[in-house]
Every structure is written in structure tokens, then in C-alpha cells.
Design a protein around this ligand. Sequence first.
Ligand SMILES: Nc1nc2c(ncn2[C@@H]2O[C@H](COP(=O)(O)OP(=O)(O)OP(=O)(O)O)[C@@H](O)[C@H]2O)c(=O)[nH]1
Ligand SMILES: [Mg+2]
Length: 465
Amino acid sequence: MSSGDSSRSSGTTIAAIATPMGRGGVGIVRMSGPDSLDIAEKLYVPGPRFKGFKAYRLHYGWIKNRRQQVLDEILLAYMPAPYSYTREDVVEINCHGGPAVLEGVLEALLHAGAEPAAPGEFTKRAFLNNRMDLTQAEAALEIINAPTQEGALLARDKLQGHLKDRVESLRQGLEELKKELCLAVDFPEEDLECLPLEDLADRVTACMQVIDELVLAFEQNRVFSEGALVVLAGPVNAGKSSLMNALLGRQRAIVTSIPGTTRDYLEELINLQGLPVRLVDTAGRRPTRDRIEMLGLKTSRQLISRADLCILVLDAGLEPAHEDLAILEEVSPGKLVLAANKWDLVRKTPAWCEALRQKGLEVIHISALHGEGLEELTRGVRARILGDSRLEASSSLAPNLRQKTALEKGRKELDLLVRDARQGTPYDLLGVRLDYACSCLDEITGRIATDDILNSVFENFCIGK
Ligand SMILES: Nc1nc2c(ncn2[C@@H]2O[C@H](COP(=O)(O)OP(=O)(O)OP(=O)(O)O)[C@@H](O)[C@H]2O)c(=O)[nH]1
Ligand SMILES: [Mg+2]
């Protein structure tokens, strides 16, 4: 492995608070490096039955602060290398989860010889010590950040190394091809016999298909890891804010019968049967000269252009004006659902609604006020965003943006390779393209890990992970 910053991994012992700041029942301070146990011994006050530190046991006792005063009652775990998160000696101190205690313990460890850990440094060491590849390190961050359990399950598969295995098997296929290419080059008179052009093209195309599947899964996974952006839009007074509140289950947005109640946008995260959704209520559309309202409408347009899905809310009892339907031109039909609201006042499908349905628009009758039709709306929203795809095993191999970019780079090279091969480019030159495609895959797993790559991965981590 050619990795940049392995210097810190050898020798130093790092420490950090691993649990979030704030008050909790338990907080954990973590150390990793060769001096972990020595440093812990300086500060640990044994409990009554202590008979020396044993690996993978919890030791009851007390911990001193840097002034040697007994600070808190603790449980201390000692996990010697190589069977630890970082593959180095690790000590974890479970103390009470208050900021003063946690800071006091950390301060004492630093005073006794540990160095403060950088963001993600524990995981970076785990990577540098070959405990995990880069896709697994990134999955550790993804599982922490997952907004719903479904999102966490997707990250879990990557944490277990499934994406790594897929990328490694792709790479292996390319390596084998490379070997055969070399053979063909060594015996040029037989090259086509050793590796017929069609065979070469087929095998590279199969690799590209695997890459395409992974890239496709990226989009789906993005929705689960970041949340889908769903924007409520439509004319004033249609009931957008009422719908926001109904879906949220609490009165978040102000609702009045005065048109133009909402001016700025409001965003809340909701869980639609496992699908995380960033739900946004926007200012209602109407012709206006009010500067604040105009700014609100501009923001609303920007949100609509970025949305994964737009819910056009209309008052079912009012035939929409031409400009109320302008959004149909702004948003592609696949990204639009019409919620015909105030159904409690109408109870039969108006002709204009039917006409829109005929045009292929999905129309769902709801009453935001009485909470009717919300389940159907939820189902419609999920189906639109997820398409036919379900949470299947394949989607759990979804790459993140960094990994997807590297996959696309590799795919482009393979595409060029097939083109060159068909144009009769000599086999040894094709080998160069194969090497480059392999190096793109290596960026994903971290076989090639420059400082730039490592920094871009670990700068997003929190301290203590
Ligand atoms: N009968 C009935 N009234 C509703 C329903 N939904 C909303 N309303 C009423 O319609 C009025 C407007 O509701 P809002 O939720 O403020 O509408 P809005 O689209 O956010 O309006 P703006 O913020 O002005 O764009 C309020 O008086 C609501 O109580 C519904 O399903 N049935
Ligand atoms: Mg409103």
C-alpha cells in the first residue's frame, strides 16, 4: 500500500472523547497507541478486587485528574494489539457522561503523555494498519450519520466489506485480463489466438456493467443517507403548511386562512416508513410586488429545481388558474405528485383533476385538515422517489460520491480500451489503459491512498472516531 501519512500511526498514543458532548449516563474516553496502558496505569485507582490489567476485561475503579485528585468512578477496558479497533493497544475509559468529567479525564491523559487525536484518527489508524479498507472506513462514518435504520443497514453491509469485495473482484478480473494481454504481447504472432478481440471486449464490457450497476445504486443510496428533498409547492391558501404539519405530526408551520401566510421556507426531517425525507414548506405562489414575498418565491423556485420530488398542493374545490399549473412545465412528470387538498369539502373528483390525471399526473385526494389520504400520499411519494427499486442486497453496495467518481473514471478508461481494441491498437498499449482502470479501483479501496485522498475521507469524521 502506498499511503501517505503513516508516520503518526507508529509510535504516538492518541486520546479523545468518543461520545458526544453533552450530558449522558455514560461517556467514553478512548486511547490508542503503544503507551495506552502505561498512561492509564498512572491515573487508574484500582477497585477492591483488582488483580492487574487483563485483556478484554472491564476493570472497576476510579480515575484521577491531572492534579492527582480522584475524579470519577469508572470501568476501564484494555484491548491489546492487534485485536482492537485500530490494531494498536487501546484503552477505553467508561466514566459518567458529563462534560466536566470527560474533559477532566481527557486532560489527565494528555498530561500523562497522550496526544490529542485528529478527527477520524482512530479509524485512519485502523485503515493504515490494514484492519479495514477505505470503503469500510467510510462506512463507519456513514453508519454514524445514517438518519434512519434502513440507512444504517446499507452502511452496515459496507462496513462488513461487501463493497470492498465487489471492487476487489472487479480488479481481479482486470488483473487476469492484463496477464493474458501480456502473454499475447510476448507471442505477438499468436496474440489473437491467445486472447481473441471479441473475448477481450466481452470481458471488459461485463466489468463496465458491474460498474454501471454500482453507479446506479449511488443515487438510490444518496436518498437514504442524506434524505430525499421533497418540496411542497402551489398557490397560496391551498394547504401546504397544513400538509407539512399533518405529515410532521405537530404544528410546525403557521396556518391561517389569510393568503400568503408562509413567506420563508421551512425544512423538517421526517421518516416516511424508513425513507428519510427533508420536507420543505414554501411560500404560496401568487402575483406580488411585495419584496419579501418575491424573495420567498425565488427561494421556492430554487428548491423546486433541486427537489427529488415536488408535491403540488391545490385546493380541490377551486379550478386552478393557468399560472397555478406553471410548475408542470418546470418539473419533469416523474418528479411530481398532485395532492388535491380540502377533499373533505368536495368529495367528488372535479373535471380539471380528472383532466390532469388523464395527462399522466398522479393525483391523490387528501384532507390535510382531517388527516385523510396521507397514507396514500406517503405511498405515492415513496414509490416516486424509490422507483421500482426496493432495498435489495445490490443497493447496499452503493458507493458514496468519492467512490462513484473513481468508478466513473475507471469506466471511461475501459470504454476507451474497447474502442482502441476494435481499432486494432497493439495489445501492449491496451495494457496501459487496464493499469489506469485498476488504479481507479485502487483509489476506492485505498490500495492507492495519497494524502489528498486520505484527507478528503477523514476530514469529515468527528474527533474520537
Ligand atoms: N376544509 C379544509 N381546510 C383546509 C384543509 N387544509 C388547509 N385548510 C385551510 O386552508 C387555509 C390555508 O391553509 P394553509 O395551510 O395555511 O395554506 P398554505 O398553502 O400554506 O397557504 P400560504 O402559506 O398562504 O401559501 C387554512 O384556513 C386551513 O385551515 C383541508 O384539508 N380541508
Ligand atoms: Mg403556508
